[in-house]
Every structure is written in C-alpha cells, then in structure tokens.
Ligand binder design. Sequence first.
Ligand code: HEM
Ligand code: HEM
Length: 185
Amino acid sequence: MATAREHYSPFTLTLHWVTAALVVAQPLLVWLSEDLPREQHWAAVGLHKSLGVTVLVLTLVRLLARLAGHRSIPLPDQMPDWQKFVARLNHGLFYALLIGMPITGWAGATAGGRDVSVFGAFNLPAFPMVPADRALAHNLMELHEVAGFVLIGLIALHVAGALKHYVLDRDDVLQRMLPFLPRRA
Ligand code: HEM
Ligand code: HEM
C-alpha cells in the first residue's frame, strides 16, 4: 500500500524533471527557430538533435533503473481503476515516444544523408540498416512530426492529471514528484 509521505528518490526526480524540461524545449526549439536566418535555424536543429540524443540516453537509463528495482510508487488505493490504467498507459506511451522520437529523427537523418553531431563532440554512426533514400527520409520525418504532436497531447493529459490530483482529489500524488509542495495527508 502507498504511504502518503513517500516521494521519488533524488535520482528519479532529477531524471523526470530534466527529461520534462528537454521534451518541452524540443518542439519550441524547432518551431521558434523556423523564421530565423538559415544558419541560425540549422544551429537550432543541431542543438535539437543533441538534446534529442540526450533524451534517448536519459530514457534508457530510466528504463534500466526501473528494471533494476527503482519501481514507481503505487498509485493511491482510492483512485478508480480506470484512472490508474490511463495513468500507466500514458507513462508507457511516454517511454515509447521518448525512445521512438530520437530513433525516427536519427533514422531520418541517416536516410537523408545527414550527420547527427552530439554537441559537436562526436557524430552518431549511421542508423543501422537504413539506406540513403529521400522518400524514406521524408516519411520518417513525417512520422517524427506526428509523434511530436502525440507527445504534446500526452503531456497535456499528464499535466492535467497531475493538477487534478492536487486541486480536486487533494491527495499527495503531485507531491511525489514535487516534494517541496505541502502535503495534505
Ligand atoms: C513534460 C514532459 C513530461 C514527461 C515526458 C513526463 C513523464 C513522466 C513519466 C514517464 C512518469 C512515470 C514515472 C514512472 O513511474 O516510471 C511520470 C510521473 C509523474 N509525473 Fe511526469 N512527465 C512530464 C511532465 C510533468 C509535469 C509538468 C508534471 C507536473 C505538473 C508531472 C508530474 C508527474 C507526477 C506527479 C508523476 C508521478 C505519478 C506517480 O506517482 O505515479 N510530470 N512523468
Ligand atoms: C525527445 C526527442 C525529440 C522530440 C520531442 C522531437 C520533436 C520534434 C518536433 C516536434 C519537430 C518539429 C516537426 C515539424 O513541425 O516539422 C522536430 C523536428 C525535427 N527533429 Fe526532432 N525531436 C526529438 C529528437 C530528435 C532527434 C534525436 C533528432 C535527430 C537525431 C531529431 C531531428 C529532427 C529534425 C532534423 C527535425 C526537422 C527540423 C527542421 O528541418 O525544421 N529530433 N522534432
């Protein structure tokens, strides 16, 4: 049973909030740089790629940590089963997209014959088994874009859920991720 006082470990909190900040910055970086001069737009896209690779690494670390026993805290017993299901489904889809988005971006770059530099330090290798093919590059980037919109929708649902816990349910679910907030229980 979940106790009201529990919160996530500093390790999980750091990974959650760094990932959240990066994921919110990613679309903004691309869209807000669209009208900039070419060179600055490409610099922003370069940063977008490096940050995307960072998200991939952080998400893999997070999944490995989960497998190694860093489990989520059970949701409150009074929460209806369908809400628990939606919350877990949303988390699962987050993990899928936080891996799928960098993969489509990386594979799209390989198909388009472009390098993926990671903060100027080194280049990722070509994505395995992806040929240079303009049509494939286009399709992969379309998929990347659609996945971006799905991710934004899931974030909206996730944040609405977190705020519902805080404002309507008045339980301590949000406090598990924001331990400095006052507890209700
Ligand atoms: C913006 C991108 C975000 C992403 C990608 C994201 C992702 C995730 C994921 C994957 C989990 C599940 C952790 C696990 O059990 O494995 C989680 C939990 C959680 N997130 Fe987020 N999150 C984001 C933003 C936010 C924001 C803005 C809030 C608060 C307003 C928030 C509040 C929470 C809370 C309270 C939990 C814990 C739920 C529980 O105790 O089971 N998240 N988040
Ligand atoms: C969590 C990771 C990522 C997220 C959330 C994300 C999200 C997005 C979004 C929303 C767009 C705008 C799509 C559009 O309107 O056309 C975009 C564009 C793009 N992304 Fe990502 N992306 C991520 C990772 C990556 C990675 C790892 C790469 C490459 C290795 C990449 C390469 C690109 C490229 C080349 C564009 C097109 C930029 C342009 O030409 O304007 N992305 N991404």
